[in-house]
Design a protein around this ligand. Structure first.
Ligand code: KG4
Ligand code: ZN
Length: 348
């Protein structure tokens, strides 16, 4: 199968073409970030994001098809992220996909953006079900058992900020740019993570939930008491923040691994996905955890961890090849939990 995927749920406009034969691969994967449009406002402005998607989506789709060397008539389906995310952007992407699918009489797939992150490791590394997933992005932090397409069990989630949101908010406190994760990771390179001591919320407690707002408050206090004056101060604080977030994520994942071993003894893989999974320290720590627990560790390449069109195309392909299509009245859903199923999906 060969499928076009469109992603417009936040501040990246993306279009991609993926194929599953002879094995999963990407034929084109184009992305246009909107950083300059939002920079002056210190965060993503939903109205501006939706307009920017509208201005660029058509050209990105055309270029993706060109680069993949396929015409619309050769596609087996068209997928778009239909949620969760910013409603204006979601409408732009899904309407583009529905319009094309209607005109070309192709099946349409309304993809859950979280499911797209969850399935990326099957595109990049052909990971088999069941696997344990740490999904960490700007909007979500979750530990999930992925048992099959549409079969997800959420073991724990963030009680307040998502991990990426914590990186972004704390980076703002430090005057580092957006997105905060890469900015803090960059600053942390030359830092001493032990100079500042920061809390690890929920560490050592049972369960798989996360919490990051206490860490944000602790950083705010540290800055008030001891404002970073030199590049070295900033680097040391950034390193402590990165270490604290990674430690928290790894601690909660350790609990999830124990649960996964008990309930899915046949499962052999720990997967990381979402923008924060691009973090090198986190990847190294999860890899060590997995090998100690006798699991393989798979994280897609960093450019497939952050939002992209290929993951949406791939999730669409996986659904369509099972006969799961969506009708043209499929809604966009600003909130769409991974373990709640699409109301319009029908098995053909
Ligand atoms: O998955 P994603 O691109 O978008 C959402 O679905 O939210 O994730 C974006 C998040 C942002 O919060 C960003 O700061 C974080 O991923 N991020 C990182 C890194 N690259 C992106 N966090 C830590 N280290 C990174 N290298
Ligand atoms: Zn995402």
């Amino acid at each position: 199968m060969i499928v076009l995927g469109i992603e417009t749920s936040c501040d990246e406009t993306a279009a991609a073409v993926v194929c599953d034969t002879p094995q999963p691969h990407i034929r084109a994967n184009l992305i246009r970030a909107q950083l300059p449009e939002h920079q002056a406002y210190g965060g993503v402005v939903p109205e501006i994001a939706a307009r920017a998607h509208l201005d660029h989506i058509e050209e990105l789709i055309r270029r993706a098809l060109d680069q993949a060397g396929v015409g619309v008539d050769q596609l087996d389906g068209i997928a778009a992220a239909a949620g969760p995310g910013l409603i204006g952007g979601l409408i732009v992407g899904t309407m583009a996909a529905k319009g094309m699918a209607w005109a070309a009489q192709k099946p349409f797939a309304a993809v859950n953006h979280l499911e797209a992150h969850a399935l990326t490791a099957r595109l990049s590394d052909s990971v088999a079900f069941p696997y344990l997933l740490l999904l960490v992005s700007g909007g979500h932090s979750q530990l999930v058992v992925c048992a099959g397409i549409g079969k997800y069990r959420v073991l724990g989630a963030s009680r307040d900020d998502a991990a990426g949101e914590a990186f972004d908010k704390i980076a703002k406190l430090l005057g580092l740019g957006y997105p905060g994760g890469p900015a803090i990771a960059e600053a942390a390179h030359s830092g001493d993570p032990k100079r500042f001591s920061l809390p690890r919320p929920l560490k050592g407690r049972a369960g798989c939930d996360f919490s990051f707002s206490g860490l944000k408050t602790a950083v705010r206090q540290t800055i008030a008491e001891c404002p970073p004056r030199t590049d070295q101060d900033l680097a040391d604080l950034a390193a402590a923040i990165e270490l604290a977030i990674c430690d928290s994520l790894v601690d909660r994942t350790t609990n999830a691994v124990a649960w996964f071993h008990r309930h899915y003894p046949q499962g052999s893989t720990l997967v990381a996905a979402g923008g924060v999974a691009a973090n090198q320290r986190l990847r190294a720590e999860l890899s060590a955890l997995a090998s100690a627990a006798d699991l393989d560790f798979i994280a897609p390449p960093p450019e497939l961890c952050t939002d992209n069109g290929a993951m949406v195309a791939w999730a669409g392909l996986e659904r369509l090849r099972l006969g799961l299509t969506d009708t043209f009245d499929a809604p966009v859903r600003p909130r769409w939990p991974l373990d709640g199923s699409s109301p319009t999906a029908t098995a053909a």
